[in-house]
Design a binder for this molecule. Sequence first.
Ligand SMILES: NC(=O)c1ccc[n+]([C@@H]2O[C@H](COP(=O)([O-])OP(=O)(O)OC[C@H]3O[C@@H](n4cnc5c(N)ncnc54)[C@H](O)[C@@H]3O)[C@@H](O)[C@H]2O)c1
Length: 338
Amino acid sequence: MITKKKVLLTGGAGYIGAHTAVEFVQQGYDVVLIDDFSKSDDTLLAGIEKIIGSKPVFFKGDCKDRQFLDKLFSEHKFDSVIHFAAYKSVNESVGNPLMYYENNLGSMVALLDTMKKHVVNEIIFSSSCTVYGQPDSIPVDETAPFKRAESPYGATKQMNERILEDEVIANKNLKAISLRYFNPVGAHPSALIGEMPIGVPGNLVPFVTQTAAGLRQKLTVFGSDYNTTDGSCVRDYIHVVDVAQAHVAALEKINDMPGRNEIFNLGTGEGVSVLELVKKFMEVTGVKLNYELGPRRPGDIEKVYADPSKAKRLLGWQTKLKLEDALRDAWRWQQKLG
Ligand SMILES: NC(=O)c1ccc[n+]([C@@H]2O[C@H](COP(=O)([O-])OP(=O)(O)OC[C@H]3O[C@@H](n4cnc5c(N)ncnc54)[C@H](O)[C@@H]3O)[C@@H](O)[C@H]2O)c1
């Protein structure tokens, strides 16, 4: 029997970390999760336990805390790290940039330093399509230049990619993959784990499901005069289970990559407008959604969707699930949450 790698997932109690933990465990990997619960609690850990049939190995701690990391890495011989731990709210980052720079950069630096010390040489990083800003042409591929980041959050993703680029040059043993997620949505089909926004959701789908559940009065579609088919913004919505599975594909191929630092888009390749998504939600769930058209929201990009062909070519990964699946799963998860 081939022994699979031992993998550390930072931010493992969060939305994408939890779904990824399930996929790795189901593929036979030995998985350890850490999280400081700054943006989560143990709800998704309980959900993971129900799906995989055993308690996930979990330690509470801050990814910036070198003592915590050092002890953890001394006690566990990791082969690889998947780095999710970060703050992710664009709005919050505009109001509190230092908090974002400290956490999102500090955790990466402490982690890479600890990995070097303990000779752990494989890292997969959660990046974002936000690094592109409004690209000059779409679908956007990985060679598109960075635009000035629209927010401190976006800047931390660009800087983290730069940190990896530099560290791979300095540390000849390190191999890195950055996955630029487009818009992860949906929940696990079991409805045992899903997205748990704190306060008013900044992302569209949780706002939609909360409105449908009666927790919010009305959904406002920000902008109806963009240069798109129906005037609302266009995004590339990708099922979170597809995102999770891409991490497994990336780790399986990390040693076959042409470079020691590779970047991949994770998207469907299809642009969907906000209004199309809203209509599809009503169609799939049969729930009527109270929504209105509002003004544009500052900082929003008009239109962006991925060219995901590099991931298909080099990772053998492509999306399997549809937006309909994601909306149905998100709604089932919301109904469970109440
Ligand atoms: N969800 C998206 O739409 C999206 C899109 C692009 C990129 N990303 C990136 O993917 C990653 C995961 O996102 P998510 O949606 O699962 O977010 P999330 O907030 O649900 O999960 C992140 C987890 O990291 C934890 N965390 C934050 N700082 C930490 C620290 N210093 N030490 C330990 N734990 C810490 C939080 O408590 C949380 O549980 C993030 O890096 C995010 O920026 C997310």
